[in-house]
Design a protein around this ligand. Structure first.
Ligand code: F3S
Length: 399
């Protein structure tokens, strides 16, 4: 691999042992993918935070690295295993929460911001078009590539962290413009009326394309919240890291080489496909005992929508809306938190229904409006899942 003088000096230990180790691993990674060089990055997003997923080995790795290295650019953390402030009220154990706090402290000593969110682009980590970044949460990767037009591969948590320490990542995959072209065209003849339908589209298409790049032609106007939902679904049933939407996403004009449209495989999606996909995402038709929204972490407009649905109502079952501390704080200022709490719901920050040990609580059926959550929740212990829109889920659990 070709390295600049600065990169070579880091590799050779001129800037300390930690940077040398990071460079060594990243160069090895680059060689695996035939990267010719490294590329400077402007931000990082690091997954591998929940004690449930990384355990004591991950905790030791982060704490050890924190004693000898620092990130050199804006780096935010993915959701952790508990709400750091309200873990007790939610029913999580002290033992788990203590371990989780140790992990977060380890990341903080590396200079990583303990934002604990999978939607860093909603709270200020918003790159610009064509900027190179190293992000690892799959739904955030899909959003930042597709909706923002910045460039990242689907990094692992450790590789994103190492990239944040040296400010470089191997130049391959999605960093190269030619690799961002569409592979298949999906012509969608469906009038979307809610986010569950959009998620069902993503879930279905992800299964077809796996790690290829889909190009969507849709009748309906998709909102940014819809695009967040779509990307998360594509990245959960498939390994999609970028998609394009005709007339909407920033690179759609360059995604199909002129004259080559006819060479791409085309798939038509109609009402039946979406309906079947929605049905396939539920494992029961029972009423949920916990409705869990905010996968990916909720935006302020999604929380506003829930507050409108709950105004002057009371819930008979539990409700969590997962989001970042920052969006929770804005929800409080806007009065939405009060409305949701008065109804009996909770805005849960720092964590989510997948990376928290929800399976250890007394719930049997989770209601979700996210295809990603619906994909993972049934694999967590004995939990069943009901997949539906936010409006329908709330209607199931109001008195
Ligand atoms: Fe985010 Fe958790 Fe869903 S990390 S994308 S809320 S599974």
């Amino acid at each position: 691999m070709l390295l600049t003088k600065y990169e070579e000096d880091m590799y050779n230990g001129e800037y300390g042992e930690a940077k040398a180790e990071c460079m060594e691993i990243l160069v090895s990674l680059g060689k695996i993918y035939d990267a010719e060089r490294m590329i400077p990055i402007t931000s990082a997003q690091v997954s591998g935070v929940s004690y449930k997923t990384i355990g004591d080995a991950g905790l030791d790795f982060v704490v050890d690295l924190g004693t000898k290295a620092d990130v050199c650019l804006e780096t935010m953390l993915n959701p952790a295993g508990v709400d750091i402030e309200y873990w007790k009220e939610l029913g999580f154990s002290k033992e788990f929460a203590d371990k989780q706090v140790d992990i977060i402290n380890g990341y903080e000593s590396l200079g990583v911001m303990s934002t604990c969110t999978c939607t860093p682009y909603l709270i200020g980590n918003t790159p610009m078009l064509n900027e190179h970044v190293a992000w690892s949460e799959s739904s955030a990767v899909c959003y930042v590539n597709s909706v923002i037009g910045a460039r990242t591969n689907r990094e692992g948590g450790p590789s994103a962290l190492l990239a944040a320490i040296v400010g470089r990542t191997p130049y391959y995959g999605n960093h190269i413009k030619e690799n961002r072209l569409a592979d298949m065209i999906f012509s969608v003849d469906y009038d979307f009326t809610n986010e569950a339908e959009v998620g069902a589209l993503g879930y279905h298409v992800g299964q077809i394309v796996n790690d290829k790049i889909p190009y969507f032609m849709v009748n309906s106007k998709l909102s940014r919240n819809n695009l967040k939902t779509l990307g998360a679904a594509l990245a959960s049933s498939g390994a999609v890291s970028i998609y394009h939407v005709d007339n909407l996403t920033p690179e759609y004009k360059d995604a199909i080489v002129e004259g080559e449209e006819d060479t791409l495989e085309k798939v038509c999606i109609d009402n039946d496909v979406i309906t079947e996909s929605i049905e396939s995402l539920s494992t029961t038709d029972s009423v949920p005992d916990l409705v869990c929204l905010g996968c990916p972490h909720a935006s302020i407009s999604e929380i506003q929508e829930v507050a409108k649905l709950l105004y002057n109502k009371k819930l008979k079952k539990d409700l969590w809306i997962c989001t970042s501390k920052a969006i929770k704080s804005i929800s409080k200022q806007c009065g939405y938190l009060d409305i949701i709490e008065s109804a009996g719901g909770k805005i849960v920050s720092d964590t989510c229904m997948v990376v928290a040990p929800v399976e250890d609580l007394d719930y049997e059926v989770l209601g979700v409006n996210s295809a990603k959550a619906a994909t993972y929740v049934p694999n967590l212990g004995d939990l069943d899942v009901v997949y539906d829109s936010v409006e329908n889920l709330i209607n199931m659990i109001v008195e």
